[in-house]
Ligand binder design. Structure first.
Ligand code: SF4
Length: 399
């Protein structure tokens, strides 16, 4: 059972209001320097820029406001300028689904860019004991076609901007009451102490390393100590294996790395994760071995989805151990969550446990990820597809 709330026609409340129709520059997602330039461009005197940037940064990221009139220590004139010349609105929440296990999934709509159409992406919140993880999308659809992944069946529309990536974090924190002036909704399942959104994983829709600059800019804002202030140790970027961008990720972003591995032989990985044809396992493993900042305290996470009769033999478990030799690693075994039309089945639970035992005995942590939010289309990309299907049905009904 799950609770699903359609918020597309919710009453106006700063954060839920759709973004304005005309394209005004969005302030969320600009680094401090770009924010300063934007203020200068609307006439803020040079001598004030630093202070104003500091104030606006605080209101956007510490207080979480989405309405300029609430920025109390900013002069009235500047508040008006922000309200009329810039956009600080949140993405529109089209739908919010809440699972019985507390997992929340939002379908978010971003305005059209240029001649394009408005786009929708998913963001998922997974509460656990002691942490709350937000799974953030980087692209609308995906150019890659991993055969086990539902998003891989969707057309790539465009990259998300840095502001749209940060916007997902702001929406989640607001809906969970994780900003100072807000309360957590009654009955919400959240960690019993600490921050409600304590971890961010770039593991939603899209390949983050194909949208490198925007992801880098967004994560710099998410980890800025005077704003959202999430430690880089609590941010993980997951890639299907865009080898040339792995080292820059470590050097320039300094976040944790996860690899969508899923197979230990090139022939199979080329089917499951087709980017393997371009960057085969040998090159991928070499890039992991030399990932900047890698240590036993900072391991790479290898994601391995368990597909019955495809990649779940004990021989493959032993090969996995051989492949990872010398890499400080943790292996996440993910029971496959079938989606309508998928070709695969989830491995039997006993087999997953036997597989995990082989990996464990070799000294690697290999938690089996508990399936979460199965009652709310938890496979990445499903909510978006469902929404598109409904729109199509509505169109057909109307036409
Ligand atoms: S697993 Fe990631 S990279 Fe592969 S198709 Fe899905 S979203 Fe794209």
């Amino acid at each position: 059972m799950s609770l699903s709330i359609d918020l597309s026609s919710a009453p106006a409340r700063g954060a839920l209001r759709p973004a304005p129709a005309e394209e005004k520059p969005h302030l969320v997602g600009l680094g401090r320097e770009a924010l300063g330039d934007a203020l200068r461009a609307v006439g803020v005197p040079d001598r004030q820029v630093r202070m104003r940037v500091q104030q606006i940064w605080h209101w956007l990221y510490v207080r979480g406001v989405a309405d300029a009139s609430l920025m109390r220590n900013v002069s009235k004139d500047l508040r008006e300028i922000i309200a009329t010349r810039f956009d600080i609105s949140r993405p529109e929440i089209v739908e919010e689904q809440i699972s019985v296990d507390g997992t929340r999934k939002w379908l978010l709509r971003f305005p059209a860019r240029g001649a394009g159409r408005p786009v929708e992406v998913e963001t998922v919140y997974i509460p656990e004991e002691g942490r709350g993880t937000l799974c953030v999308s980087s692209q609308v659809g995906c150019t890659l076609t991993c055969t086990f992944c539902h998003t891989g069946t969707q057309r790539m529309v465009r990259n998300l901007t840095a502001g749209e990536i940060v916007g997902q974090v702001l929406v989640a924190r607001e809906r969970l009451g994780d900003f100072p002036a807000l309360d957590t909704p009654d009955g919400a399942i959240v960690p019993s102490e600490g921050r409600l959104v304590s971890n961010v994983v770039m593991m939603g829709m899209g390949e983050p390393l194909y949208n490198y600059d925007n992801v880098k800019e967004a994560l710099a804002i998410v980890s800025d100590g005077d704003g959202l202030a999430l430690s880089k140790r609590r941010i993980t970027l997951s890639t299907s294996g865009v080898v040339p961008m792995i080292r820059p990720t470590g050097e320039e972003m300094g976040v944790g790395l996860a690899i969508s591995l899923h197979a230990v032989r090139d022939e199979l990985r080329e089917i499951l994760v087709p980017i393997n044809r371009k960057y085969p396992l040998k090159e991928l493993m070499e890039a992991c071995r030399t990932y900047p900042g890698l240590s036993n305290a900072r391991r790479i996470t290898f994601e391995y989805v368990m597909l019955k009769g495809v990649n779940d033999s004990l021989e493959e478990a032993r090969e996995l151990v051989r492949l990872l030799k010398g890499i400080p690693a943790k292996i996440n075994l993910i029971p496959f969550n079938p989606w309508p039309g998928s070709d695969y089945e989830c491995s039997d639970w006993d087999q997953i446990e036997r597989f995990a035992a082989v990996v464990n005995e070799a000294g690697y942590a290999s938690p089996i990820r508990t399936p979460r939010g199965r009652d709310i289309f938890a496979a990445c990309g499903q909510l978006k597809s469902e929404s598109e299907r409904m729109k199509k049905t509505e169109r057909l009904a109307a036409g």
